[in-house]
Design a binder for this molecule. Structure first.
Ligand code: NCD
Ligand code: ZN
Ligand code: ZN
Ligand code: ZN
Length: 343
């Protein structure tokens, strides 16, 4: 089967400052091996991408070092609100961390959030890491400022139900869900230990079921939240960094769900390509497509992983559906699941 190139709107490629976890070359190779031809990468780097200078230098490196198209988010910081108008001219969207997670970015309190919502233009989405009541706060700000808010990695039943209500009221809200919140629960977190520690944490079976129930309606995108950390970091006894890699497992998991009739391939393409491109107003990629074998059965992963962290919480999982080939702007870049001219 031929699909359009997939787009992952939520990945961490760790450059600058975290190149021992991932870099543009390894992360974009993992993307191609997972069927993604375009990535939107997060600004919680070291330094964070909260000024035009840091954003531009990282975007320049992304362009020259990546094997697929990579666009970087601008990051919101209470100390750098003056940078937002110029960042808005360049970045596809803004990211606000409304709750604590990995990295240096965290905007605390209404008094800091209001000027950010006020100066960011209407035309480009404001993406939020928001959990629990922060989801309600983000929706309230979307309503008051008439700005498009995109809620990242929705993980709880209450959150997805509130977002459904917001959409029914006509508010400019979209959202994404990760494969780990669709396929794993708190039971897996106990089994995986640090390798299942992620923000938002894995939910209950009830949360998981609610997400599946909203897959054909409320949910706009599937995004991996590819968040690589080394095995060594994950096994540190004093607090491991939260996050799991996902670029290479996302398409296999969603193809497996499609093979089991949990969604149609038409819906899979909407969630992983059409909607991301439309919501973020992304440029067209001419002569770009992927080829999958929807019937192939195997145990994940079939090849050594391309992500620098080299582990996956989905290792050992039976999958149905394999990425065969990727053609990017007329050039074959993946054949039989292998990234060409790479090693
Ligand atoms: C992410 C990371 O490692 O950068 N971690 C995570 O657990 N998801 C940060 C984030 O997306 O919240
Ligand atoms: Zn500064
Ligand atoms: Zn987050
Ligand atoms: Zn993330």
């Amino acid at each position: 089967m031929i699909f359009p190139g997939m787009v992952d709107v939520h990945v961490h490629l760790r450059t600058p400052g975290g190149e021992h976890k991932e870099d543009f070359r390894t992360g974009s190779a993992a993307a191609l091996a997972g069927g993604f031809t375009m990535l939107l990468a997060m600004p919680n780097t070291q330094p964070p991408l909260v000024t035009l200078e840091s954003w531009q230098s990282a975007q320049t490196r992304a362009q020259s070092e990546s094997l697929c198209d990579v666009f970087l988010y601008a990051g919101a910081s209470a100390n750098h609100i003056d940078q937002l108008p110029v960042l808005a001219q360049h970045a596809p969207a803004l990211k606000i961390y409304m709750d604590q997670t990995y990295g240096p970015l965290y905007v605390r309190g209404l008094a800091n959030l209001m000027p950010i919502f006020s100066v960011w233009p209407t035309a480009k989405p404001i993406c939020v890491h928001a959990e629990g009541e922060s989801v309600a706060l983000a929706i309230g700000l979307a309503a008051m400022y008439k700005k498009h808010v995109h809620i990242c990695h929705v993980s709880r039943k209450s959150e997805i139900e509130l977002i459904a209500q917001a959409k029914a009221s006509g508010l400019p809200v979209t959202c994404e869900v990760t494969p780990h919140h669709l396929f794993l629960t708190d039971t897996d977190a106990a089994r995986l230990g640090p390798y299942g520690d992620v923000r938002p944490t894995l939910g209950s079976v009830e949360d998981q079921e609610a997400l599946w129930q909203h897959l054909n309606s409320t949910i706009d995108c599937i995004a991996s939240d590819h968040a690589p950390h080394t095995r060594e970091e994950k096994e540190q006894p004093e607090g491991n960094p939260p996050g799991v890699p996902g670029l290479e497992s996302t398409l296999p998991l969603m193809l497996t769900a499609a093979a089991q009739s949990r969604l149609t391939t038409t819906r899979l393409i909407e969630l992983l390509s059409t909607n991301p491109r439309q919501i973020f107003n992304l440029p067209e990629q001419a002569d770009t497509f992927i080829e999958v074998d929807p019937l192939a059965k195997y145990t994940f992963p079939e090849h050594p992983l391309y992500t620098k962290c080299a582990w996956s919480p989905f290792s050992g999982m039976p999958m149905i559906g394999r990425l065969q080939r990727v053609v990017l702007r007329g050039r074959e870049v993946v054949r039989d699941g292998i990234v060409l001219n790479y090693h």
